[in-house]
Design a protein around this ligand. Sequence first.
Ligand SMILES: N[C@@H](CCC(=O)N[C@@H](CS)C(=O)NCC(=O)O)C(=O)O
Length: 364
Amino acid sequence: MLTLYGLPHSLYTAKARAYLRKQGIAYVEVPPSDRRFADHVVPIIGRGIVPVVELPDGTIIQDTVDIIDHFERTGPVKWSAYPADPVIRSLAHLFELYAVVGLTRHAMHYRWSYLKDQEKFLTLAFASGGDEAGAQAVMGRMQSYLPMLGVNEDTIPKIEQSFEELLDALDAHLARHGYLLGSQPSIGDYALFGPLYAHLGRDPVPLAKMQTRAPRVFRWTERMHAPDLDLVEYEDRGGGFARPEELLGTLGPVLSQIAEEILPDLRDRLAFLRGYVAEGKAEPGTPVTAKPHQRIIGEVETSFRGVPYRGGVQPYVFFLWQRLIAAAETPEVIEVFKNHGLDPLVDCELPIRVERRDHVEMWG
Ligand SMILES: N[C@@H](CCC(=O)N[C@@H](CS)C(=O)NCC(=O)O)C(=O)O
């Protein structure tokens, strides 16, 4: 039997778990406090991070992209997460990028800025499989990430406005389609499910907002976690991705919102990376950071919805971004991205590749 090391409240575990359930892959979820995780898994992956999948033959896979891609390659896959159409596939990659560059901020804000209102719920979650002292330590570490993610007094009103606009736009889109890109989930759905379920669709404060303001988004979180396609309220229940022209009407506002929110971040981080590479600091074939648990290579002045903040530069973001650029290979993709102000994301070159090898990111 396959083991999924993860936790109910973990953002990235939710992404991997939803994929396993949808494909009908049997697993047992085990918390990272389990002895085998510390004794066997951490030495292999080099850091304490979840989710990790351990296959029955002992193979260890870390990173949700690698986990999904493993099963896409080897099966069994009931509903592939990669759409064939280049436009739809590129949109899936865009959502994958937005989940990390954009929605991590919302997820972390709603979890930690409302700690007082959610304390019992969160303390229980973080203590699961361990003890309360350990829980407090991890909770403290998670809160320490907030400034780097751009969560501060000035950005919080913008983050909340953004969450409400996103809920409204997604709710309207899901009135027509069961999933972001049609009648089956893509890598984009799995990626958004991380923040939109594990934090925003589960922690008491944002969950209440989601259920009252955007019931169809809440239903999508149920659908994403179901073992079938769970399209009970739609006429088309057979699966499959839609055609671009069937999606873009209601997806348009979501795409414009993504452009507004992530372009400044990515432009400033790309400028940083160009300088970093020009100074010879990114040596091909070496890990992106000295220690695998370090996530950032520096800090930049950037902005969220016009509000300046100083944020960390994560090489992982370039790993996801280069996947999007590779998918956006046809003029039709460029055209759709251009129509929503997203063309700077696909009509550009990154100065270096970020690969994943031996469970860590490396300069390519
Ligand atoms: N890129 C990784 C990210 C995984 C990740 O950030 N996991 C979080 C939990 S949701 C974690 O283990 N964090 C540990 C820490 O930051 O100390 C993936 O896609 O699997």
